[in-house]
Design a protein around this ligand. Structure first.
Ligand SMILES: C[S@@+](CC[C@H](N)C(=O)[O-])C[C@H]1O[C@@H](n2cnc3c(N)ncnc32)[C@H](O)[C@@H]1O
Length: 296
């Protein structure tokens, strides 16, 4: 298969398969969303009438020279990665989001958010952690460098906004297709110390080498799920230099938070080395993950 990491560094040509003629208006809405958010994606649309069973999906992704998006018979958009359909599927997070609190979510213990907090999730991915952060009432700006992932997030936000139970939470999310370093640099250059957009927490969950989620000796640690497997086709783990830049510029952003203490929270597999080799102020961990907090 073509190396998607290379394909996705420039404008992306992407194949959009849809399964029913009546979906023409959904395809148009997708095109409009891409234009509105200036996503560098070129959609090549194709109506497929054959049955897309698991075997066929596997074949399609094996011969693909460009990423494949699928609009299924239920109008759900997913990305066909190694034969598996992956999508944010925020509805599956409902129970976790409803019961999310500092007792049940280590991330919330680490982030210490209140309903008026401003958060940047600088590595949004499928947006699952953003939902946990936003469950507190906080406003969450979601940065995602990969246009394809940003598109999946925007589509999911629109879809979930039509569900009454989710509308308020959806209105607290803002998805931006950008590299976090570019966003932080702009923030640090243009905004003064007492600006209204002061950021309380920046959350970083950068990629981690695929084979390093579990302890090699004991086998303990997180199993890599299908969402994370798919992301490994799109995004590289950062180099040490990139880790240092990310952590430093995130710390610079939260340090502009007036009198309040800002914090950068970093998610790592439990046994992973520290981001940028930097000692955190405090850490929280369970048997799978660790959150390192850098207080500024
Ligand atoms: C490990 S995943 C994050 C998963 C996410 N926490 C979730 O709950 O789904 C990392 C994501 O961050 C994105 N990413 C990595 N470095 C980035 C950067 N410098 N700026 C913006 N996005 C970045 C990757 O494209 C990938 O989608």
């Amino acid at each position: 298969m073509t190396n998607l990491k290379q394909v996705l560094t420039a404008d992306i040509s992407c194949q959009l398969l849809y399964v029913n003629e009546t979906q023409a208006s959904q395809v148009e809405s997708l095109q409009a969303l891409i234009a509105e958010h200036k996503l560098p994606i070129i959609l090549n649309t194709e109506l497929v009438t054959e049955k897309l069973n698991q075997k066929r999906r596997q074949q399609l992704s094996q011969i693909a020279t460009q990423p494949i998006l699928l609009l299924d018979e239920k109008d759900k958009l997913s990305w066909l990665s190694d034969g598996l359909s992956v999508a944010p599927e925020w509805d599956k997070m409902q129970r976790r989001v409803v019961s999310a609190g500092r007792k049940s979510e280590l991330l919330l213990q680490a982030a210490k958010l209140t309903a008026d907090s401003q958060v940047i999730d600088a590595t949004a991915g499928f947006g699952h952690d953003s939902l946990i952060l936003a469950s507190t009432g906080a406003q969450v700006t979601m940065l995602e460098q990969q246009p394809l992932m940003a598109l999946l997030l925007l589509v999911e936000q629109l879809r979930m906004s039509t569900l009454p139970n989710w509308q308020k939470l959806m209105s607290r999310l803002q998805v931006i297709n950008t590299d976090a370093l570019t966003y932080f640099a702009r923030f640090n250059n243009y905004l003064g110390a007492d600006n209204e957009q002061a950021i309380d927490v920046i959350y970083l969950d950068p990629m981690f080498p695929e084979d390093s989620y579990q302890d090699s000796k004991t086998g303990k640690g997180a199993k890599v799920g299908k969402h994370m497997q798919a992301l490994h086709q799109l995004a590289h783990p950062p180099t040490l230099d990139e880790e240092q830049q990310l952590l430093q510029s995130a710390q610079a952003v939260v340090s502009q938070n007036g009198q309040k203490q800002g914090r950068v929270i970093v998610k790592r597999p439990q046994f992973a080395p520290l981001l940028a080799d930097q000692q955190p102020s405090e850490s929280w961990n369970n048997e799978a993950v660790r959150f390192d907090g850098y207080f500024v």
